[in-house]
Design a protein around this ligand. Structure first.
Ligand SMILES: Nc1nc2c(ncn2[C@@H]2O[C@H](COP(=O)(O)OP(=O)(O)OP(=O)(O)O)[C@@H](O)[C@H]2O)c(=O)[nH]1
Ligand SMILES: [Mg+2]
Length: 731
C-alpha cells in the first residue's frame, strides 16, 4: 500500500531543489560520452583546458584512472558538478563496454534524468539497447544526443528512425544539422528558429543567427513536424494549432519539459562533441527539459510497516533517507557515493544503515570532480555527494534513526565467466582459504606477502563491484574470480599488478555453468546415527520440482508439513540443508537453479533430532531427488552483435554458425553489416582476436549475457566427464 504523506515544501527550498539536475551520460562504447563530458566541464568553466580521450595529451578529466587513459575507454563511472544557466548539474559519465554495465546500472538507479548518446553513423547499437532497457527499468526520462555528425556517413534521420523502430521511442527532433560530415557547421534550433554556430578555437562562443535562406524551407518543415509530433501528446498545443496560433518559446519549452518528464517523448539533439558543436544547446536542454529531483517521485519500503511502499519527499527538513550506490576503497578509507532522497546529510550526524541497523557518525562529506574532491558541510535532498570513511556495502540505505526504510537495490548482472588466480610462482593454493601464516606454510616471505596483497585486492574489488565474485574451489584449493566478461576480469588482474604491486598468474577463462532439474522427483530420506552417546535422527519427505525458465527466483522452498510431524524449529534447518546442497550440484558441481523444494512430511525423535541432523537429512534428500529429476547442464548464452565491412559478412556468419550460434538477423547499412546472433559463451573465448584477423582489424563486436539454456547432449557429457576428471585429480 502506498502512503503519500508529503507535506508542501517551503518556496525557498523548492527553488533551490528545482535548480538541481542529476543526470547520467550513457551509450554504446566509443560513442563519445567522455569527449562530450569533457566539453561540458570546459564550457561550464569547471576546467580550463580541454583534454582528449586518446592521443598524447593529459587525457580526459573523467577518465582519470591510468588504465582508462591508456586504453582510451571508460572503466568506472566518474561524477562531477557543473553550473549552467544558474542550475547545478550533477553529472555522471558512465562506461559503454558491457563488462562494466554495473556502473551504468547503479548510476541510472540514482539519477533523475539521462542523455542517451548515439553515434551519427552507427545509430542504435547493441549497447544502446542495453542502456535503453536500464533507463526503462528505473523510469529515467532522457534526451537523445546524436553525436559524430562530422564523420563520413553521418545520417541523423536514419538514427532517429532507429530510435523509433529499434527502441520504440517517440523521438521528437528539436534540431536540424547545418551541414554534415566535413561540412558540419552547427545546428538549427527548431524551438527558437535560429541557427547556432560555435566559434573560437574550442567552440566556446555560441553565435545565434537567423536561419540561412537555403535552409529556411527545411527548417519550416522540421518545425511543423516537431509541432505535429508534440501536439499528439499535448492538448494545449493541439488547441493552439487548431486556432492557427504559434506557441511562444516559453510555452513550447514547458510542453516539451512536461512530455519528457512524463516519458512520453524523447527530445533529439545533435552535433559533434569532438568538433565542439552542439554541446552548449544540449546543456540548455538538460536545464529546460530534464527533471529536477522534485519532478520525480521515489518510493522506499517501510520495514516497520510490512514493507509498505512510501513516497519520499525531497524535503531537506524531513528525516534522512539516502542510498550508498557506489564504493571505492582508498588508502584513507572508503569513499561512498551517496544520493540523498529525503532530508539532509550533515557532517557529524548519526545515521543508521537499514541493512544491519548499525549507527554511524557521518565523517567528511565531499563533492566529487572526477578524482578531485571538495569538502562540504552538508548535502540536502536531491543532491549527490560522497562520504569518506563510511562503512557499508554498495546499495545500502542510510536513514535517520526515526525511520527504517529500504530503497530497492541495484540489479547486478550474472557472473558467467571465471578465472583461477594466484601469485606468480606459488602453488595453486587459495590465499583466501589457506589461513596459514607465511612462516609456517613453507613458502618464502615474499610469496606470503604477495598472497596478502592479492587477498586484500580481491576483498576490495568484491566490495566495490557486485558483479565480481571470489571463491575458493574446494577441490583444487585454487582461488577463482568470476565476473560478467573477459575484459572486466582482465582489468582487475591488471589493477592487482599496478595498484597492489603483486605479480599474478591466471588460468584460462572458464564458463560458469549451471545445473537444473527437468522433471519432478520425490525424496524420502532418513538420517540416523547411533554412536555411543546422543544419536542423530532426522527424516524428511517431499518433492523436488523444476521451476520455469523465467522464474523470479533460482530456488524456492515451500513448507507443507502438518501437525508438527517435523517440529517448527527444524523447518529452517531443512531449508538450509537444501540450499547448501544446491550450491554444489551433484551432476558436475555447478550451482543448481530453477528448483523448488517442497517439504511435505517427516519424522523426528524427541532426543536425537537436532538442527544439524535435519540439515544433513535435507542435503542428502536433495541429492537423492535431484539425481532422479533428469538434471541438465545449462550454459550461458550470449547476445552477440558483430559489425563488419560488407565483404566479410559471409565468412563471419559462417564462423558464428560453426560456434553453435543462431543468427537472429543481419542489417546492412552502406558498406557495414551488423550481425546479431545468440552464441554459447563457451564458443566465444578468443573471438576478439579471431575476428580481428579475419577482418584485417575492421570488425568489432560486443556481447552480453542473454540467459541459461540446456547445453546439447554431447556438450553436457563432456562437461560432466571433465568435472569428474578434475575431482579425481584434486584427490
Ligand atoms: N569524429 C568524431 N569522433 C568523436 C566524436 N566524439 C568522440 N569521438 C571519438 O570517439 C572515440 C571515443 O570517444 P569517447 O569519448 O572515449 O567515447 P565514450 O563513449 O566515452 O567511450 P567509452 O566510455 O569507452 O564507452 C574517441 O577517439 C573520440 O575522439 C565526434 O563528435 N566526432
Ligand atoms: Mg567514456
Amino acid at each position: 500500500m502506498r502512503q503519500d504523506g508529503a507535506k508542501p515544501l517551503k518556496m525557498t527550498t523548492m527553488n533551490a531543489i528545482q535548480k538541481i539536475r542529476n543526470i547520467g551520460i550513457s551509450a554504446h562504447i566509443d560513442s563519445g560520452k567522455t569527449t562530450l563530458s569533457e566539453r561540458v566541464l570546459y564550457y561550464s568553466g569547471r576546467i580550463h583546458k580541454m583534454g582528449e580521450v586518446k592521443g598524447d595529451g593529459d587525457g580526459a578529466t573523467m577518465d582519470h584512472m591510468e588504465l582508462e587513459k591508456e586504453r582510451g575507454i571508460t572503466i568506472t563511472a566518474a561524477a562531477t558538478t557543473v553550473t549552467w544557466l544558474d542550475h547545478q548539474i550533477n553529472l555522471i559519465d558512465t562506461p559503454g563496454h558491457v563488462d562494466f554495465t554495473i556502473e551504468v546500472e547503479r548510476s541510472l538507479r540514482v539519477l533523475d534524468g539521462a542523455i542517451l548518446v548515439l553515434c551519427g553513423v552507427a545509430g542504435v547499437q547493441s549497447q544502446s539497447l542495453t542502456v535503453d532497457r536500464q533507463m526503462r527499468r528505473y523510469n529515467v526520462p532522457r534526451l537523445a544526443f546524436i553525436n559524430k555528425l562530422d564523420r563520413v556517413g553521418a545520417d541523423p534521420a536514419r538514427v532517429i528512425a532507429d530510435l523509433e523502430g529499434k527502441l520504440g521511442l517517440n523521438a521528437v527532433q528539436l534540431q536540424l544539422p547545418i551541414g554534415l560530415e566535413n561540412d558540419h557547421k552547427g545546428v538549427i534550433d527548431l524551438v527558437t528558429m535560429e541557427a547556432n554556430y560555435f566559434d573560437g578555437e574550442t567552440g566556446q562562443n555560441v553565435r545565434r543567427e537567423p536561419i540561412p535562406q537555403a535552409l529556411q524551407e527545411e527548417a519550416d518543415r522540421g518545425r511543423a513536424g516537431m509541432l505535429d509530433a508534440l501536439s499528439l501528446y499535448d492538448d494545449e498545443l493541439m488547441e493552439l494549432m487548431l486556432e492557427g496560433r504559434e506557441p511562444s518559446v516559453e510555452q513550447l519549452r514547458a510542453i516539451i519539459r512536461r512530455l519528457t518528464i512524463g516519458r512520453e517523448i524523447v527530445p533529439v539533439l545533435m552535433g559533434s562533441a569532438f568538433r565542439n558543436k552542439g554541446v552548449q544547446p544540449l546543456l540548455d536542454a538538460v536545464v529546460h527539459y530534464l527533471p529536477s529531483p522534485l519532478d520525480r517521485i521515489y518510493y522506499a519500503r517501510d520495514n516497520d510497516n510490512d514493507g509498505a511502499e512510501v513516497a519520499m519527499t525531497a524535503d531537506p527538513d524531513a528525516p534522512l533517507v539516502a542510498m550508498a550506490f557506489k564504493l571505492v576503497e582508498e588508502s584513507f578509507g572508503q569513499l561512498t557515493y551517496t544520493r540523498v532522497y529525503q532530508g539532509t546529510l550533515r557532517r557529524s550526524d548519526s545515521i543508521r544503515n537499514t541493512r544491519d541497523r548499525k549507527t554511524h557518525r557521518v565523517g567528511r562529506i565531499v563533492r566529487m570532480h572526477a578524482n578531485q574532491r571538495q569538502d562540504v558541510a552538508e548535502a540536502a535532498a536531491g543532491d549527490i555527494v560522497a562520504l569518506i570513511g563510511a562503512d557499508c556495502a554498495s546499495g545500502d540505505t542510510f536513514c535517520d534513526d526515526r525511520l527504517n526504510y529500504s530503497l530497492e537495490s541495484i540489479h547486478a548482472a550474472e557472473p558467467v565467466i571465471s578465472l583461477a588466480i594466484r601469485p606468480k610462482g606459488s602453488a595453486g593454493v587459495s590465499p583466501a582459504r589457506s589461513g596459514v601464516s607465511p612462516a609456517r606454510s613453507g613458502v618464502s616471505p615474499a610469496k606470503g606477502a604477495d598472497r596478502d596483497k592479492l587477498a586484500k585486492a580481491l576483498q576490495r574489488f568484491v566490495r566495490e563491484d557486485p558483479t565480481f565474485h571470489v571463491r575458493g574451489d574446494p577441490e583444487s584449493g585454487e582461488t577463482i574470480i568470476s565476473g560478467v566478461g573477459e575484459l572486466q576480469l582482465e582489468v582487475y588482474v591488471e589493477r592487482i599488478r599496478r595498484e597492489y604491486k603483486c605479480e599474478v598468474e591466471t588460468g584460462a577463462p572458464k564458463v560458469n555453468y549451471r545445473e537444473a532439474p527437468t522433471r519432478p522427483a520425490q525424496f524420502n530420506y532418513k538420517h540416523k546415527k547411533q554412536t555411543g552417546g546422543a544419536g542423530q535422527y532426522a527424516h524428511v519427505i517431499g518433492t523436488l520440482e523444476p521451476l520455469p525458465e523465467n522464474a523470479a527466483a533460482d530456488y524456492v522452498f515451500e513448507n507443507k508439513v502438518h501437525g508438527g510431524r517435523i517440529p517448527t524449529e527444524y523447518i529452517p534447518s531443512c531449508d538450509k540443508g537444501f540450499q547448501a546442497a544446491r550450491m554444489n550440484g551433484p551432476l558436475a558441481g555447478y550451482p543448481v537453479i530453477r528448483v523448488k523444494m517442497i517439504l511435505e512430511d517427516g519424522t523426528s525423535h524427541a532426543v536425537d533430532s537436532s538442527d544439524l541432523a535435519f540439515q544433513i537429512a535435507a542435503r542428502e534428500a536433495f541429492k537423492q531427488a535431484y539425481l532422479q529429476s533428469s538434471p541438465a547442464i545449462l550454459e550461458p548464452i550470449m547476445r552477440v552483435e558483430v559489425e563488419v565491412p560488407g565483404e566479410h559478412q559471409g565468412p563471419v556468419v559462417g564462423d558464428l554458425v560453426s560456434r553453435r550460434g543462431l543468427i537472429a538477423g543481419t542489417d546492412v547499412r552502406d558498406d557495414v553489416t551488423v550481425i546479431q546472433a545468440e552464441v554459447p559463451l563457451a564458443a566465444m573465448f578468443g573471438y576478439a582476436t579471431e575476428l580481428r584477423s579475419a577482418t584485417q582489424g575492421r570488425g568489432t563486436f560486443s556481447m552480453e549475457f542473454a540467459g541459461y539454456r540446456p547445453a546439447p547432449r554431447d556438450v553436457q557429457e563432456e562437461i560432466i566427464e571433465k568435472a569428474h576428471r578434475e575431482k579425481q585429480a584434486a584427490r
